[in-house]
Design a binder for this molecule. Structure first.
Ligand code: SF4
Length: 73
């Protein structure tokens, strides 16, 4: 199983929370978040990053089924 990470660049406010929580998976480029890999192995810190984003700009899905893993509704 793998997860996909999508970041809504129009929503991201560049707070840097995601890169702080999961530096292996997120970085800031020109002040906005970028996923280091679009598909990743499931990892708690990816969920934590999506949950910590103040504007819920990060969407983590199961790459096979499309089920939303985080953030929780
Ligand atoms: S936590 Fe959200 S708003 Fe902050 S940099 Fe990451 S994606 Fe952007």
């Amino acid at each position: 199983m793998s997860w996909s990470i999508e970041i809504d660049a129009n929503t991201c406010i560049g707070s840097g929370m995601c890169a702080g929580v999961a530096p292996d998976h997120f970085e800031l480029v020109d002040g906005y978040a970028c996923a280091k890999q679009a598909q990743v192995e499931p990892a708690d810190e990816v969920v934590d990053a999506a949950e910590s984003c103040p504007v819920e700009a990060i969407l983590v899905k199961d790459a096979d089924t499309g089920r939303v893993v985080a953030p929780e509704e």
